[in-house]
Write a protein that binds this ligand. Structure first.
Ligand SMILES: [Zn+2]
Length: 122
């Protein structure tokens, strides 16, 4: 197992070098390898959609409805930047952690920082 892990990191490193040759653009928005600073709010949620550089996560929160003096469930969706180093790790159905960062686009101001649980009990 340990040997396998080592191999993986080596592969990742080579990939990064290639990306670097292409102008070091692809990994710039990574909180661990790039220059992206993370701060602010942290959320956990389920991956609903996956795009080449972005994921959509969804989670439920309780809001108080004054009229009925009760709580109601409300779903929140967040678009988060998916760093290249986590591209293969994160898939639809996974539980992941995202943290706030500077606005990367009109809808993205969060970045994936950790995978908590795989989709099919992994
Ligand atoms: Zn990275």
């Amino acid at each position: 197992m340990k040997q396998k892990k080592k191999k993986k990191t080596k592969e990742e490193k080579t990939q990064k070098t290639i990306a670097g040759d292409l102008g070091s653009f692809s990994d710039r928005d990574c909180p661990f390898h790039g220059k992206l600073k993370i701060r602010g709010r942290v959320f956990e949620g389920k991956v609903e959609k996956k795009f080449p550089r972005r994921v959509v996560i969804e989670f439920e929160r309780m809001i108080y409805v004054r009229k009925y003096e009760r709580y109601a469930k409300e779903k929140t969706r967040i678009h988060a930047r998916l760093p290249d180093c986590m591209k293969e790790e994160v898939n639809v159905g996974d539980i992941i952690k995202v943290q706030e960062c500077r606005p990367l686009s009109k809808i993205i101001h969060f970045v994936v920082i950790k995978k908590i649980k795989g989709g099919e009990g992994k």
